[in-house]
Design a protein around this ligand. Structure first.
Ligand code: SF4
Length: 272
């Protein structure tokens, strides 16, 4: 067992459900979905965000992804060799009644798969949370681990695939298997949401599909800074993904992130 870098509590990797990891929504009794059919059934029945987070965090429906996330949790990146790894699916993070929802892709193997929290512990997350802080949407500019005090009442961050995939590439089957989780999340939070921010073209497609009953024609196209009105009360904003490559090459800059999240805050009635 290794000690959590902030709390000092020792954990196995992957972390057993309900063993005291900061923010772990599950208990040892939380039902584990074993295949696509069970994901669909459990997601369809879920009635609260807390329950949904717990179910997602113990899901084992995609054999290849379960194996990969747990292998990474045991092998660990050299720089994190002294830390326990979460090694489980990563549920959505943030407010249960958000005005703004950020749609990402999938957890990073040594980021969220290590810390157990969306975009936490990797370079993309460093850029994203710093921008969210500058826009007044989270309480601190850094996101290091799940016990660092980060909080928000304004936003929620979700992803269409909840387990770290090899090569950052989930298969179509894995995406389809995981889809009921994000659909259930949208069902529970949609009444509160005024703005969706899609991080990249794939997230844009996911966001359009989530809000499909309100889809305008022609189908809006992704672009950085693109704005689509999905209904009189719901807008979708496009933003390049704050990946290391996009930031390093200058395709996406902190100022560009500020423009998107400043606009999102304004459209959601959260600025000023
Ligand atoms: S990717 Fe989604 S459906 Fe597949 S095991 Fe992870 S949480 Fe479950």
């Amino acid at each position: 067992m290794l000690k959590h870098p902030r709390t000092g509590q020792p954990f196995d990797s992957p972390v057993p459900p309900g063993s005291g990891w900061p923010g772990d929504p599950a208990s040892p009794d939380t039902v584990q979905a074993a295949d696509a059919e069970q994901v669909a059934r459990l997601a369809d029945q879920v009635e609260s965000i807390d329950e949904l987070d717990a179910l997602i965090s113990v899901c084992r429906a995609c054999p290849r992804l379960v194996s990969w996330r747990e292998q990474v949790a045991v092998a660990k990146r050299k720089s994190f060799a002294g830390q326990p790894y979460w090694g489980r699916p990563v549920p959505g993070w943030g407010a249960p009644k958000p005005k703004i929802v950020v749609v990402g892709l999938a957890p990073a193997a040594n980021g969220a798969n290590r810390t157990g929290r969306m975009f936490t512990g990797d370079r993309s997350g460093d850029q994203l949370y710093a921008a969210l802080y500058r826009a007044g949407l989270v309480n601190q500019p850094t996101s290091v681990d799940a016990a660092d005090g980060l909080s928000t009442k304004k936003i929620r961050i979700v992803a269409p695939v909840r387990c770290a995939p090899p090569g950052n590439s989930p298969t179509t089957t894995e995406r389809n298997t995981c889809a009921p989780w994000i659909d259930a999340e949208w069902r529970l939070i949609a009444p509160h949401v005024r703005v969706l921010v899609a991080l990249g073209g794939f997230a844009w497609q996911i966001a359009l599909r989530m809000a499909a009953d309100q889809l305008p024609k022609p189908k809006p196209k992704f672009g950085h800074g693109a704005v689509a009105e999905l209904s009189p009360t719901l807008r979708l904003l496009g933003c390049y993904h704050p990946s290391q490559q996009n930031m390093f090459t200058g395709r996406l800059t902190p100022a560009m992130l500020d423009d998107v999240f400043g606009q999102a805050a304004q459209l959601a009635g959260l600025s000023g």
